[in-house]
Design a protein around this ligand. Structure first.
Ligand SMILES: C[S@@+](CC[C@H](N)C(=O)[O-])C[C@H]1O[C@@H](n2cnc3c(N)ncnc32)[C@H](O)[C@@H]1O
Length: 343
């Protein structure tokens, strides 16, 4: 592995300030894209695929995720810490890692692999798009990582299990968009988390979605060019209405797999007031990647606020209900009446 990427990674693992994350994230992205230049020429030709549990982003969009710098940098930092912890805890054992939805760069893992002994890792790289898997395979060779024990799989992660039915010690799976809309994070978490060993780690560890009443346009949100929208807006604090979902090991353990692919919430109570402009129902997403490595709402394209509806023409106070459905097009539904599982 070149000294250049080693230097980038050693700095990347140290940075904590958002502006440094953008600077180092950009250096990493430029390095990877330059390296893969000749292998990504047909990047635009593979299309998005809607699978049974959500959207498998086309390789060109998965590649664009590199640019979500706070996300990319903090995931790499979290994964590095998680591998280190697992190696320490399992002493001399081999650690089995699954990276589901690795995209064309497997960016959360390949750039840090050289930090760990090859005899201790068994790695499985998986993506729906064959194109991404081929690109990743070439990248492994360009980064001189062929000495590692890596298996490549293309297919639907919602149907994947270890080829010899072993448990994984670490599963990386970031297949999500804001408020868990569109992409299959929920279905993949439900399918893959049970394949963890007892002290295994799933990354991200937790995704929390909160419901607030607010003026949507005043909320900070990151744009695709990494500019923060509304950063100078006078902050109007959203009114918290409650929690819509916490997706973590506890949720998955208590989930009954025979149930429909739908989650119904209890009611949320709102109150409109003349004094403020909090007229919209918005979902805020917080992602706990691993331990202290987290993404707050508005810090990443995967944790931007998502508007669900307006209360403008509603009674001055009242209730509403939410439901999350993870079929082909994962989404939240809002209703002024209690929802049933058939709604
Ligand atoms: C948001 S991108 C993330 C790419 C990369 N992990 C990164 O951090 O930049 C999600 C990736 O997951 C893949 N994916 C989505 N759903 C999948 C599924 N059901 N099975 C396998 N791969 C899937 C997509 O093809 C895409 O490459």
């Amino acid at each position: 592995m070149s000294t250049k990427i080693r230097a980038i990674i050693s700095e990347l693992l140290q940075v904590r300030k958002p502006e440094d994350e953008i600077r180092i994230g950009e250096r990493l992205r430029n390095y990877i894209l330059e390296l893969q230049e000749n292998d990504l020429q047909e990047l635009d030709e593979t299309q998005d695929q809607w699978l049974g549990s959500g959207l498998a982003l086309a390789p060109r969009y998965a590649s664009a995720c590199l640019k979500d710098y706070h996300r990319t940098v903090r995931f790499i930092q979290g994964v590095q810490q998680a591998i280190q912890d697992q190696l320490k805890q399992k002493e001399d054992e081999v650690i089995r890692i699954l990276y589901a939805g690795c995209g064309p760069h497997a960016v959360q893992l390949l750039p840090i692999l050289h930090l760990f002994p090859k005899e201790r890792l068994e790695i499985h790289l998986l993506d729906f798009h064959q194109y991404s898997i081929q690109a990743v395979q070439k990248l492994v060779s360009m980064l001189d990582l062929e000495v590692y024990h890596i298996s490549y799989h293309s297919g639907d992660a919602a149907e994947f299990s270890h080829p010899e039915q072993q448990k994984f010690d670490l599963i990386l799976c970031e297949t999500m968009f804001e408020a868990l809309f569109r992409e299959p994070q929920m279905a993949l978490s439900l399918h893959l988390m049970p394949q963890l060993s007892e002290s295994g780690i799933f990354i991200p560890e937790q995704i929390q979605i909160d419901v607030v009443q607010t003026n949507y346009r005043s909320l900070p949100r990151i744009k695709e060019d990494m500019e923060l929208e509304n950063k100078n807006q006078q902050r109007q604090h959203p009114i918290p209405l409650g929690e819509a979902l916490i997706l973590n090991k506890d949720f998955v353990n208590s989930f009954n797999p025979s149930k429909t692919r739908q989650l119904l919430t209890s009611h949320f109570q709102y109150q409109l007031s003349q004094q403020n402009s909090h007229r919209e129902v918005v979902l805020l997403t917080k992602v706990k990647i691993y331990q202290e490595f987290q993404l707050d709402d508005g810090e990443s394209l995967i944790s931007n606020p998502k508007i669900l509806g307006t209360l403008e023409s509603c009674a001055p106070s009242g209730k509403f209900w939410l439901s999350y459905v993870w079929d082909q097009q994962p989404k939240w539904l809002i209703s002024s009446r209690p929802l049933s599982s058939s709604t």
